[in-house]
Design a protein around this ligand. Structure first.
Ligand SMILES: [Zn+2]
Ligand SMILES: [Zn+2]
Length: 139
């Protein structure tokens, strides 16, 4: 696990600081997007808030992760698909579980499917489905 994370940082030419390794590992292992608090809970050390914030900023700026804005303006973070540049990164929808509050990255969204006029340029978009995840549906 540590090796994969270190390789990702090396590929982005980012210094392998303990906090970066720790945060990236937490996001890599998670199957869902994580809030700052959820990330903090998974870390091995108690980094101060500024360090954690700087680390997330750096990852965002280097297209390692993306932000998902959940209801009530809560922000969560998820790992980007590795080995893809930002321009190639397909836009995707998210699923928010109303019960456990988890956020999942879904598949790519096709603009053809949404009938966006051909001569419109999409700069960004957010599509969020709300409902119950597989686990909450049965419980
Ligand atoms: Zn759920
Ligand atoms: Zn996502």
């Amino acid at each position: 696990m540590q090796n994969i994370v270190k390789t990702i940082l090396e590929e982005k030419k980012l210094q392998k600081t303990p906090c970066r390794i720790d945060v990236l590992e937490a996001l890599y292992q998670a199957s869902t997007a994580l809030s700052e608090q959820e990330i903090k809970d998974k870390l091995h050390f108690d980094y101060d808030r500024a360090t954690l914030f700087r680390t997330l900023r750096t990852f965002l700026e280097n297209s390692l992760i993306h932000q998902v804005v959940v209801q009530k303006n809560e922000v969560k973070y998820a790992l980007n698909q590795p080995h893809l540049q930002l321009e190639q990164q397909p836009g995707h929808a998210h699923f928010h579980c109303d019960k456990c509050d988890k956020v999942f990255c879904l598949g790519a969204v096709s603009r053809d499917l949404l009938n966006i006029p051909k001569d419109f340029q999409v700069n960004s978009f957010e599509i969020m489905f709300n409902g119950f995840c597989a686990q909450c549906r049965v419980n």
